[in-house]
Design a protein around this ligand. Structure first.
Ligand SMILES: Cc1ncc(COP(=O)(O)O)c(C=O)c1O
Length: 298
């Protein structure tokens, strides 16, 4: 089975497994784990921020960042197809549409934009949006993909915003974790919210941090995923993707039919979503293209 559902399917590398097995553990909650400390230091540096905290998931990192940036009753401006709205707690039912010009305390962006097929926001567009509210958050689950596609440092894309997340466990292949970065005060407040939500006491966190440190070195290889996504799109006649997500109109039963042909995909708003990642080879791309052609020939 060729699993193109998501880059979360990218397994850790052998080096990550070795690093996890050999990790020297300290009590992370008390700041005594060298791998956690190092990952948070390097994560902050990579994202160009003063401080960072390692959070179990990107959903939780987005939540604690927004809690740290807001007070009860504040409005948050966010696209209604953002992952935070659609996938992180069924907010769609509860959101109110802001009128153009209506003030919000925080503006929230996503880069890359998952439901738009992994499209990127450049630094200028990010700055222009960030300027529309006093505070800003960037859901950068796949910010490394955006940085590689635009050939700029991640820090440039994160510079306009107050807080930014970066998933280690998607295209970067770590088994676990998201970096949340920002100024020291906001990260300190985020840590308090993380504790209240039960996410600050992941004991033996250093095992995951050891793999997470290696994930930071996986940024450049995302270019391979992007090249394979372009190859796949060309082969099936889909729009050329900017990063690693291909969306194609293949008909209502395509996801189920492709599965019978050995290709796993996901449905996204009536389209088929293919996501390339480290385990997807050139041969897998050819086989996926063949499967789509078989489907079309039926
Ligand atoms: C844009 C975006 N933000 C956040 C997340 C959530 O990440 P996690 O699964 O680590 O909570 C995802 C998951 O794919 C995503 O695509």
């Amino acid at each position: 089975m060729i699993d193109l559902r998501s880059d979360i399917c990218a397994a850790p590398t052998d080096a990550m497994w070795d690093a996890m097995r050999g990790a020297r553990l300290g009590w992370a909650t008390y700041g005594e784990d060298e791998n956690v400390d190092e990952l948070e230091r390097r994560g902050a540096e990579l994202l160009g921020k003063e401080a960072a905290v390692l959070v179990p998931t990107c959903s939780l990192a987005n939540l604690v960042a927004l809690l740290a940036l807001t007070r009860p009753g504040d409005r948050v401006a966010i696209d209604d197809d953002a992952h935070i709205i659609v996938n992180e707690g069924d907010w769609l039912r509860e959101v109110a549409r802001l009128e153009v010009g209506e003030p919000a305390a925080v503006i929230c962006m996503e880069n890359t934009r998952t439901r738009r097929g992994g499209t990127v926001l450049d630094a200028a567009a990010t700055a222009e949006l960030a300027a529309r509210a006093p505070r800003s958050h960037l859901d950068g689950a796949r910010l490394a993909n955006a940085a590689v596609a635009l050939d700029v440092p991640l820090a440039d894309l994160a510079a306009p915003v107050d807080t930014v997340t970066l998933s280690l466990n998607k295209g970067l292949c770590a088994p676990f974790g998201t970096i949340l970065a920002g100024d020291a005060g906001t990260i300190a407040r985020s840590r308090v919210h993380l504790k209240r939500l039960g996410g600050a006491t992941i004991h033996k966190l250093g095992i995951f941090a050891a793999a997470g440190l290696l994930a930071l070195d996986m940024v450049e290889r995302l270019a391979d995923d992007h090249a394979r996504a372009r190859e796949l799109a060309a082969g099936i006649g889909a729009d050329t993707p900017q990063t690693n997500i291909v969306l194609a109109d293949l008909g209502a039963d395509a996801v189920a039919d492709l599965e019978t042909l050995g290709v796993r995909t996901m449905e996204l708003q009536g389209r088929v979503r293919f996501v390339t990642h480290r385990l997807i080879t050139d041969d897998d791309v050819s086989r996926a293209i063949d499967a789509v052609r078989t489907l079309r020939g039926r």
